[in-house]
Design a protein around this ligand. Structure first.
Ligand SMILES: NC(=O)c1ccc[n+]([C@@H]2O[C@H](COP(=O)([O-])OP(=O)(O)OC[C@H]3O[C@@H](n4cnc5c(N)ncnc54)[C@H](OP(=O)(O)O)[C@@H]3O)[C@@H](O)[C@H]2O)c1
Length: 319
């Protein structure tokens, strides 16, 4: 099968399209024919290994010292169950699925095998029926990140909510989810994304690249920081100061992403009910994944970046 191999840690060019052996499922695994994967912030961290010092050694020990031990990286997928092991109960061949492979990696390929149960090596659910596989990759990653934080700090109807980093994969989902739960939403993003974020339902938009705090409401009940602690601005500090005394600041970096298939199923239901819609900025074919990584590394993507995985017998295009 075709797969993208990470030959060592480094710039996007370390990714190479190769022929590798197709995996077969163990008794408790499903084999997924992947139709789409994604280039997420997490994939870029893993490939580039540009991690804060305190994470560098533990991550290298865990993932592999000179290069990822699992050479086929990729953390998000959507596709079809091709076959299942004898002990698998939740899925059958032909099911349309989406999920996150977590430290199991392996999504930059035509096929991968995953356990049907949740673990740090992945979570899997039936895919929302009304969206494409490419959109489903943004729903899996951005949806899990956003819904986890919101379920940990539930939004009450009528609350004033700030979403900082509103234009990314998780931010676009957070804005829509906060509106769905009945909040009055102020969203913070860069200049070129103001109109776009408003179109997602935000009541107010603020540009963090300018001192644009005139649109801050009086006092906020919660601030969801979907950009992460490393991405800051003067506006971010002003936003934190505009929380009510009992208001809460919640960062996407507070605690690990939970790989939770029940939550994936809830995201599927929300999408099918029309409450939220994942945003895909661009779709690259698998053979252009180097470009996709370079684009995501600019830090300027809007929503998610998806990668479509071909299944024709045509020879791989290495250009
Ligand atoms: N806790 C965990 O286990 C865990 C797991 C996975 C990911 N994460 C974190 O989740 C974060 C979000 O991932 P994501 O994919 O949703 O986001 P993302 O798509 O990487 O976010 C990109 C957005 O960040 C915005 N941005 C860049 N600099 C900014 C700044 N200084 N202030 C505000 N916004 C800024 C950009 O918007 P503009 O162009 O509008 O500026 C861009 O649209 C990542 O940083 C990652 O570290 C955490």
């Amino acid at each position: 099968m075709k797969a993208v191999v990470c030959t060592k840690y480094g710039p996007p060019e370390v990714l190479q399209l190769r022929e590798v052996a197709k995996p077969s499922p163990k008794r408790n695994e499903v084999c997924i024919k992947i139709h789409a994967t994604a280039v997420t912030a997490s994939d870029v961290y893993i490939r580039g290994s540009q991690l804060p010092l305190r994470f560098w050694l533990p991550m290298r020990l865990f993932l592999g010292f000179a290069r990822p031990r699992k050479s086929v990286i990729g953390m998000v997928l959507a596709g079809e169950v091709e076959s299942v092991g004898n002990d698998v109960k939740r899925f059958k061949a032909g099911d349309q699925v989406y999920g996150v492979t977590g430290f199991g990696l392996g999504a930059y390929a035509q096929y991968t095998c995953m356990k049907e149960t949740d673990s740090m090596y992945g979570c899997l659910s039936l895919k929302p029926e009304n969206i494409s596989c490419e959109e489903a990759t943004a729903a899996a990653y951005g949806g899990l990140l956003a819904l986890q934080r919101i379920e940990e700090s539930p939004i009450e109807c009528g609350q004033r909510i700030l979403v900082y980093g509103a234009s990314g994969t998780s931010g676009t989902m957070a804005v829509q989810l906060a509106k769905y739960y009945g909040a009055e939403v102020t969203a913070v993003c860069g200049t070129r994304n103001l109109e776009f974020v408003q179109s997602l339902g935000a009541d107010r938009v603020i540009d963090y690249t300018r001192d644009d705090t005139a649109h801050l409401a009086d006092r906020y009940d919660m601030m969801f920081d979907m950009a992460g602690k490393a991405k800051s601005s003067k506006v971010k500090e002003r936003c934190k100061q505009s929380l009510r005394p009992a208001g809460r600041y919640i960062s996407i970096d507070d605690g690990k992403l939970e790989l939770n298939s029940a939550r994936l199923a809830r995201i599927k239901a929300l999408i099918e009910a029309g409450a939220v819609r994942p945003v895909v900025d661009a779709i690259y074919p698998l053979e252009r994944i180097v470009e996709a990584h370079a684009y995501v590394e600019t830090g300027r993507k809007r929503g998610g970046v998806a990668v479509s995985v071909p299944h024709s017998d045509s020879p791989p295009d290495f250009t």
